[in-house]
Design a protein around this ligand. Structure first.
Ligand SMILES: [Zn+2]
Length: 256
């Protein structure tokens, strides 16, 4: 059937393009794409991830808590990160619901933070989470996987740098910097002349987190990483305000 000449065709939103691209690159490396609920329990969002009871991220200022109903047995919230999906999937894997002796997943999805919005912060944003659990897994595997991901994503050979950091759910923890895709590390406006761009948090999954999911930490270990999809899309396409992704402004989205 031929279409009338003046038919306007729909197209993908830049964030969808970014998510699809990440999923393709990661599935080519053997990762499964998994998703999970956006309304979570306190257990999956915080407790199982080794976040202390008095951690400030549980505060009303940072988390959207759901008004309790009489039938709720646990406090509910809008997930503050995609990490609860790690927990849900590791639980299933530990129970033998996956045949594979190795668990490799990628989790793209929405996350929510109760904070003021500005050019780099939105109350709703997109994260991508990666998890690989197996035997003899090390930070070297993490580095190799991320190097491939960013190289494919930005279309040039990109080095990765790990900087020591702290997260409750990983030990050791590291911030991931990627070599600037624009200048190749020489220094430019995008990387603020440093040659590097901070893109993700990562680390080796904390033994407490493995045990919380029923995974024997004396046999298995693994890495996890997580970062903002919005930020990656902003970098890739030179968009300087995250709010443009959610404003519905056709002058922006029609460029994709
Ligand atoms: Zn640069």
């Amino acid at each position: 059937m031929t279409e009338p000449e003046n038919t306007l065709k729909g197209h993908l939103h830049p964030l969808t393009i970014m998510i699809d691209r990440i999923c393709v690159i990661m599935t080519e490396m053997g990762f499964d794409v998994v998703d999970g609920p956006e309304i979570e329990t306190e257990f999956y969002n915080f407790d199982a991830l080794n976040v202390p009871k008095d951690h400030p991220s549980r505060d009303m200022q940072d988390t959207f808590w759901i008004k309790p109903r009489p039938q709720d047995t646990e406090r509910l919230l809008l997930r503050t990160h995609t990490s609860p999906v790690q927990i849900r999937t590791m639980e299933k894997w530990a129970k033998g619901e996956y045949e594979n002796d190795m668990l490799a997943i990628i989790v793209p999805g929405k996350a929510f933070r109760n904070e003021a919005t500005d050019a780099t912060h939105e109350a709703q944003f997109h994260q991508v989470e990666g998890l690989l659990i197996g035997k003899d897994i090390s930070l070297a595997h993490l580095k190799g996987v991320l190097r491939h991901l960013f190289t494919e994503l930005f279309g040039r050979d990109i080095e990765i740098r790990l900087r020591a950091s702290f997260f409750p759910f990983t030990e050791p923890s590291a911030e991931i910097d990627m070599q600037c895709f624009k200048c190749g590390g020489v220094g430019c406006g995008v990387c603020k002349q440093s040659g590097w761009i901070e893109v993700m948090g990562s680390g080796m999954v904390h033994p407490n987190v493995l045990e919380n999911c029923g995974v024997d930490s004396s046999i298995y270990q693994g890495f996890a990483f997580g970062g903002g999809i919005d930020r990656l899309a902003m970098l890739k396409w030179g968009i300087d305000d995250i709010r443009l992704f959610y404003s519905g402004d056709l002058r922006v989205v029609n460029q994709f």
